[in-house]
Design a protein around this ligand. Sequence first.
Ligand code: E4P
Length: 215
Amino acid sequence: MKFFIDTANIDEIKEAQEMGILDGVTTNPSLAAKENRPYREILTEICRVVDGPVSAEVIATDSAGMIAEADELVKIGDNIVVKIPTILSGLTAIKTLSERGIKTNATLVFSPMQALLVAKAGATFVSPFVGRLDDYAYDGMDLIADIVNIYNNYTFSTEVLVASVRNPIHVLESARLGADVCTIPLKVIKQLIQHPQTDIGLAKFLEDYKKVPKS
Ligand code: E4P
């Protein structure tokens, strides 16, 4: 499973990259707003340090506007993936962009049928939002299971990118279900490596080593 980091913060991206496990980045307007810098400037800097896919979201809600924005966004870097909202006009934009060889990420997906439609339109990635479904007492991971199952029934090349990840269980379940990608906040990436028994065991080894005769 590929690991993307879900942030527009360049320091967080560099920190994840140093861990040696980073495959790409996802951003959105809300994450960009936290940085208090122009979105294009942020994306340019991210593309300078990351080789993998970098998702950049359009603001337009009509197909022509989405396509025009996509044409500008892809000039930022070869690795830009254009994030398109999963609405009717978005489907048209995904179809047109995929026919032109521009990679797309269908965002704000909350149902298996939305996922089926964006795959038919040629989306490169589909982004089901698991955390936001959990907020409504619907298990977000059930949606991932449905989408993986439906895609496996056919020959879609669209990659399942689990988004709105809030905790390590979301990542574990994504891997169990065979999702292609998980986009994860830095805090959760760091939680994945932690185990109290590792810390206790390490402290004991270091303490015991003091009792080993030194030459
Ligand atoms: C990433 O592609 C999504 O925009 C992001 O994961 C949404 O996460 P949130 O529900 O925590 O805002």
